[in-house]
Design a protein around this ligand. Structure first.
Ligand code: GLP
Length: 250
């Protein structure tokens, strides 16, 4: 594990965007695994800016997202496909046909997962997988207790996750109960995994996930086993970690 200790959300966004940009510059036809949530927003804004300034070229890039709610159409401003278009795809020179998310509107859950999993296999190993960290340690929508061996599957969202994501919806009832997500096995298959995290609310979880035991009770803890895992975390997110353990991972 390589840790970049940064000052705040802004610096976390800059470092995250730089690592993604470096990937695209070094390998223009990269397969990028992307994430939603508030964590990557600042990084996406920088990527948009650099692309518009002509510093970055996404024309040969393919993207594959971690997850999608079940039952939200792509016109819903809460669906992840809408999020990705609004915050990234609509503003960069990417070929829309090479941007993939699970099909949230597929009524047959098994089919939706099977199709996405097959797609992942066809596309091959992800070059760089971006992740955020759920308050309960989830990655994608792999909730606590998820088997590490799982591939793409449908998840019943925990109440903790539903209430954490409630802020984006106008009422509690609107928050979906199910989502499709890449499984931990799919995530771990990437050549390089980059997890960005910011803020004190995640500090306890950062300590548990990256300096505690590896257990399905804390899905992100599995990342400790990956041979190319980078953590970009700000001071607040690292505030519960011991200085000595941090120094060893720098
Ligand atoms: C959601 C997403 C995750 C994301 C997490 C954290 O549940 N499925 O992929 O990492 O939220 O979100 P945030 O970055 O807003 O804290």
């Amino acid at each position: 594990m390589k840790i970049y200790q940064v000052k705040d959300y802004q610096e976390m966004s800059l470092k995250t965007a730089e690592i993604i940009a470096a990937q695209v510059i070094l390998k223009p036809d990269s397969l990028l695994g992307l994430a939603t949530g508030s964590t990557p927003l600042g990084a996406y804004q920088l990527l948009v800016k650099w692309c518009q300034e002509g510093l970055l070229d996404f024309s040969k890039v393919t993207t594959i997202n971690l997850d999608e709610y079940q039952g939200l159409p792509e016109t819903s401003d809460q669906s992840y496909v809408y999020f990705m278009r609004k915050h990234l795809f609509d503003h960069i020179n990417i070929d829309r046909n090479r941007t993939f998310l699970p099909d949230g509107m597929e009524p047959d859950r098994e089919k939706a997962c099977r199709d996405y999993n097959e797609l992942l296999k066809t596309l091959g190993k992800t070059d760089l997988q971006l992740l955020g960290l759920g308050h309960n340690g989830h990655i994608g929508f792999n909730e606590p207790g998820s088997y590490f061996e799982k591939e793409t599957h449908c998840v019943k969202l925990s109440e903790r996750t539903r209430s954490a994501n409630r802020r984006f919806f106008s009422s509690e009832e609107e928050v979906p109960h199910y989502a499709f997500t890449m499984g931990i096995q799919n995530i771990m298959n990437a050549h390089h995994i980059l997890l960005a995290v910011s803020g004190e609310a995640k500090a306890e979880m950062v300590k548990e996930a990256f300096f505690g035991p590896i257990t399905p009770a804390v899905p992100a803890s599995v990342l400790q086993l990956h041979d190319h895992f980078t953590l970009v975390a700000d001071e607040a997110a690292l505030s519960k970690c011991e200085k000595e353990s941090l120094a060893m991972e720098e």
